[in-house]
Design a protein around this ligand. Structure first.
Ligand SMILES: Cc1ncc(COP(=O)(O)O)c(C=O)c1O
Length: 399
């Protein structure tokens, strides 16, 4: 039998990162030592106090369903955390989700329908595009690669992209994949456009806690933004809790009511004991977070210095644990172009595949994020592995 799949799924491309991870697994199965700089998760264990709180919650019998929006203790703790960020959302304006990804999915489903226009800032995290397409929306993309991935110098381009037709704008600062933290002036520019054209904005703040010497202002704190911003955050990155699946969103109550229907009819709730561990994370883990952030900052500096030693300039990230490596003029890419007899091209997919095959270093092609000509490096790896990875890339002519 041939199954008849829905348009909303068949129009979504499989993730471009899959080819790279499949190849990496194949190489590892053959015994190769792959330096994996492609991962989107911290390499630290979840802090012990959080693990203990999760276990204690299980022992205490917190293993049944919870209120769909999440246990009140956690929503209150989130409300307090958001208040520290300058945002005013009571527990009734918060939904706890199994990961921030589910939060984003629910918001997009609540707001976007066939033909609605959604604006993304490129390079953009891979799942925004898929989520918008699944909802039937059309994408308008603003390229930040000419401005060192900063938004402020590209505000005119954003103004060209946003119109009265725009339904939704997605802002992710600090950004995956660039690590850029947008300036307050950039966020004010977003605010002016959102207010002028009556646009709802998702502020994906999942990397907010991971910044180096700068602070990321929450978009919803800007005048005029409280009732048009949906703030998304989660526990995966700041608390190294990717596998626990815990995130949340906060926004105006009517959005919470609508998205809450999708939430209750799909996931029901996030796991009960995981939510209890989330309370512990928010209330007692500041020191462990600081230590992880300090380690990421040292690794960022290390990678920037090593690349500089090899004559490669990158836009230095102020947050998250990623950076974009320009790969257009790598020796290896030119050699493969010469061999093919084609005109030189910015084929970041070929660069990433080659880097994996020849140097056994895994990265993610920029085209997966809408920006060809780059590879995303994750520096959520030990200093030793980072040094090894950069050294191998240099030796094989990839820098
Ligand atoms: C920008 C961004 N938003 C959201 C997520 C989702 O995180 P999670 O579902 O693990 O909370 C990620 C994960 O990689 C991300 O990079």
């Amino acid at each position: 039998m041939t199954m008849d799949f829905t348009d909303r799924l068949t129009r979504v491309e499989p993730s471009a990162t899959l080819a790279i991870s499949a190849l990496a697994t194949e190489l590892e199965n053959e015994g190769a030592d792959v330096v994996d700089l492609s991962v989107g998760e911290p390499d630290f264990p979840t802090p012990e106090n959080i693990v203990e709180a999760g276990k204690a919650a299980m022992d205490a019998g917190h293993t049944g369903y919870t209120t769909s929006a999440g246990i009140i203790e956690l929503r209150e703790a989130i409300s307090e955390k958001l208040a520290d960020d300058g945002l005013d959302h009571g527990p009734e304006e918060i939904i706890v989700t199994p990961g921030a990804k589910q939060a984003l999915y629910e918001i997009v489903q609540a707001l976007v329908e066939d033909g609605d226009e959604v604006v993304l800032l490129d390079p953009a995290w891979v799942s925004y595009e898929a989520m918008v397409k699944m909802a039937g929306g059309d994408l308008t993309r603003v390229d930040l690669s000419e401005t060192d991935f900063q938004l402020e110098p590209a505000l005119d381009d954003l103004a060209d992209a946003v119109s009265d037709e725009t339904e939704l704008l997605v802002v992710n600062s600090p950004s995956n994949p660039t690590g850029a933290v947008y300036s307050d002036a950039a966020l004010e520019g977003v605010r002016d456009l959102a207010v002028e054209h009556d646009v709802t904005v998702i502020s994906d703040e999942i990397y907010k806690e991971i910044t180096y010497g700068v602070e990321q202002t929450s978009l919803g704190t800007l005048e005029g933004m409280a009732d048009r911003t949906v703030t998304v955050n989660g526990f995966s990155k700041a608390y190294s809790m990717t596998g626990w699946r815990l995130g949340y969103f906060a926004g105006p109550e009517d959005l919470i009511d609508q998205a809450g229907k999708l939430h209750s009819h799909s996931v029901s709730s996030a796991a009960n004991f995981v939510q209890h561990a989330g309370v512990e994370a928010l209330e007692n883990t500041d020191e462990a977070v600081e230590e992880m952030v300090a380690a990421f900052e040292e690794r960022r500096d290390l990678v920037v210095d090593l690349l500089d030693d090899h004559g490669v300039d990158v836009a230095v990230p102020d947050g998250a644990f990623y950076m974009m490596l320009p790969v257009d003029d790598s020796e290896a890419l030119r050699a493969s172009d010469d061999a093919s007899g084609d005109q030189p091209r910015a084929d970041d997919q070929a660069w990433c595949e080659g880097a994996l095959e020849d140097a056994h270093v895994a990265t993610v092609p920029g085209s997966a994020f809408g920006t060809p000509g780059y590879a995303r490096i994750s520096y959520a790896a030990s200093e030793e592995r980072l040094e090894e990875g950069i050294e191998r890339l240099a030796e094989e002519g990839y820098l």
